[in-house]
Design a protein around this ligand. Structure first.
Ligand SMILES: C[S@@+](CC[C@H](N)C(=O)[O-])C[C@H]1O[C@@H](n2cnc3c(N)ncnc32)[C@H](O)[C@@H]1O
Length: 227
C-alpha cells in the first residue's frame, strides 16, 4: 500500500470492497463504516459507492495492488452516469503485484514485459492463449496474473505448452504467492518445471523471463543491458 492510499483511507467515511480485501486491512479501518461485497459484484460495488458519494460522503473503494491494474478503477468510471461531474473520483495508485512479486524475486522485469491475466470469466480463452503466444514470440518477460483457480486448471496447462513452444525450457521462472502477506511463498525455477508447483493458485503471480533472463546468487535478473 502507498502512503497516499493509507492517508486517503484514513480520511474516508465509508470503505467499500471485496470482503477478502477488507479483511486484509481490518486493523486500519476498525473505526470506519465498511461495506463488503462478494466476488463478481464489481458493478454493484461501484454503484453502491457512487450512490453513497452523491450524499456527500467520502467513499473509498479498495482493490488489491493498484486499482488500475485489473482493479476497480475502470468499473467505477464505467458505472458513473448522471453523477459524472457532481462527484469527484480519484484513482489512488498502489503497488501492483507484478512489482511487489518482482521485488521478492530479484529484478526480473527490468526490460519490456507483458502482463496477462489467465482469468477467462470475462475474456475469451482463445484470446488469452493468442496473447500469451504473441508475447512469447516477441520475447517479452511475461507476467501471469490469476494463473489458476479451483475451477480453472486446464488453461494453465495449455499456457505452459504455448510458452514452451516459443521459449527455451530452461527460461527462469519466478513464482510468488501472497507477496508481503502472511504465508508468503517464493520459488525460482525453470519453464520446463512450471507444472510441478502446487503453490500456484489465485494468490500467485508468475514471472517468466525473456531469452536474456538469468539466475545469479539465488535471484532472477533480466538485464537492462548496462554491462
Ligand atoms: C484481480 S487481480 C488484482 C491485481 C492488482 N490490482 C494489482 O495491481 O496487482 C488478482 C491477481 O493479482 C495477483 N496478486 C494480487 N496480490 C498478490 C499478492 N500479494 N501476491 C501474489 N500475487 C498477487 C494474483 O495473480 C491474483 O490472482
Amino acid at each position: 500500500m502507498s502512503i497516499h492510499a493509507r492517508r486517503v483511507i484514513k480520511k474516508a467515511d465509508i470503505i467499500v470492497g471485496y470482503n477478502r480485501y477488507l479483511d486484509l486491512i481490518k486493523k486500519l479501518i476498525s473505526d470506519k463504516e465498511s461495506v463488503a461485497f462478494g466476488m463478481r459484484e464489481e458493478i454493484k460495488r461501484a454503484r453502491y459507492a457512487i450512490d453513497q458519494a452523491t450524499t456527500g460522503k467520502i467513499v473509498c473503494i479498495v482493490s488489491s495492488g493498484d486499482p488500475g491494474v485489473y482493479g476497480m478503477a475502470a468499473a467505477v468510471y464505467e458505472a458513473l452516469d448522471q453523477e459524472a461531474g457532481k462527484i469527484t473520483v480519484e484513482v489512488v495508485p498502489g503497488i501492483p503485484a507484478m512489482c511487489s512479486c518482482a521485488s521478492l524475486l530479484g529484478a526480473p522485469i527490468s526490460h519490456d514485459c507483458a502482463i496477462i491475466s489467465l482469468s477467462d470469466l470475462l475474456t475469451d480463452k482463445n484470446l488469452i492463449k493468442r496473447r500469451v503466444s504473441l508475447a512469447a514470440q516477441g520475447d517479452f518477460v511475461i507476467i501471469l496474473y490469476n494463473p489458476k483457480s479451483n475451477k480453472r486448471k486446464d488453461l494453465f496447462n495449455d499456457i505452459a505448452r504455448i510458452l514452451m513452444q516459443c521459449k527455451s525450457p530452461d527460461t527462469p521462472v519466478g513464482i510468488v504467492k501472497n507477496a508481503y502477506r502472511k504465508n508468503q511463498e517464493i520459488k525460482i525455477t525453470i519453464l520446463n518445471n512450471i507444472l510441478k508447483y502446487d503453490m500456484i493458485n489465485m494468490f500467485t503471480t508468475i514471472i517468466i523471463g525473456n531469452s536474456k533472463t538469468f539466475v545469479k546468487n539465488g535471484v532472477m535478473i533480466t538485464p537492462r543491458g548496462y554491462l
